[in-house]
Design a protein around this ligand. Sequence first.
Ligand code: DOR
Ligand code: ZN
Length: 353
Amino acid sequence: MSNATPSRNTEDTLVLRRPDDWHVHLRDGSMLELVADLTARQFARAIVMPNLTPPVTTVAAAAAYRERILAALPPGRDFTPLMTAYLTDSIAADEIASGFESGVFTACKLYPANATTNSAHGVTDVRNLHGVLERMQAIGMPLLVHGEVTTPEVDIFDREAVFIERVLAPLLEDFPGLKVVLEHITTRDAVAFVEAGPDRLAATITAHHLRLDRNDLFVGGLRPHAYCLPVVKRRQHKEALRAAAASGNPKFFLGTDTAPHQRQDKESACGCAGIFSAPFAIESYAETFEELGALDRLEAFASEFGPRFYGLPLNEGTITLRREHNPVPDSIQGDGFTLVPFHAGESLSWRLD
Ligand code: DOR
Ligand code: ZN
C-alpha cells in the first residue's frame, strides 16, 4: 500500500491521493446548498443516493438533480456527482439501462420498502426486480444494497444478518455476474460474508460505524445524533468493521452515508435516522486509522479500492491532512435550519488543509 507521494508524509502531515465518497445523501433545496460543498471540498467524486421526495427513478430526474448539485457548488470546485437510480417494484429495465449507457446513472440503489428514510417506494420483494437485475448484470451496472430485512418479527439488531442470509446470498447465486455493493455494513456477519464472497461483491464502511457501538445511543440519556440505519451494533461488530477497514482488503472501501436531518427532526419524539458526517469525514477516518496503527492503509481505503471496484480511474490530485487540534462545532447553521455534525463538541487530531 503506497501513498501517492510518500516522501511528503511525516508524523504531522498526511498527503493522500484525493479520495471519493461512495455513499452520500446530499438532499435538495437549501440543504443541498449547505451540504454539497462539505463533501466536495474533500472528495473528488461521490455516489449520490436517490432517496429524495419524490425518489430519483428516471434518467431525466437524475440528470436534473446532478445539475442542481453542480449549481449548488462554489465556482471552480472540481467535483463529480455519480448518480443512482432508486429501484421500485415497477421500474423499467430500459430506463435504467439507457441511463447507464448515457453516463447519467452509475449504479442502482435497492432500498427494501420502508427500511429507512424515504424508502416507502422501495422494493417489496426482490423477485419483482428479476428483469431489471438481469439487465444490470448484462451491462455491468452495479447494484447498491441497503441490506436490512423489514419484517417486524426480526429484531432490529439482526436485520442485516438476516438480510444477508435470506436475500443477498440467494441474489448473488441467481445473478452470478452482477456487481453488488453491500452498503454501510454494521456487523461481523457482513464482514465475513463479503470476505468470503466473489470479487464482484464489495462493501462500504461509514466513519460512524467505525467509532460508535450501541452503547453510544444511551450514554447518560438518549442520543438521537448517534441514531442511523442500519443502527449501530455491539462493540464486537464495530471491532470487526475496524479490522476490515484497516485490513487492506480491496473489498472494503469508504462510504460515509452522511445523512443530514434538521436538528429538530433528530431531537424529536420520533427522530430521523442519519448521521451528518460530511463536515469532518476524512478527519474522522484518519482518527480511526491512526488508532488502529493503519494510517498507511487509509489512502487505499479512501482513494483506490472504490474506483477499482467501479472500474473508474484513480483521482490525480491530492489532499493534505495536518496533525492539528481540530475542534468540531456543536452545530452548523443553514438558511433557516440547523444541523448537528458527527463528532459535535469533540476535538479531532487531524485537519484538512
Ligand atoms: O441513517 C440513515 N439515513 N440510513 C439510511 O439508510 C438513510 C439515511 C437518510 O437518508 O437519512
Ligand atoms: Zn444512505
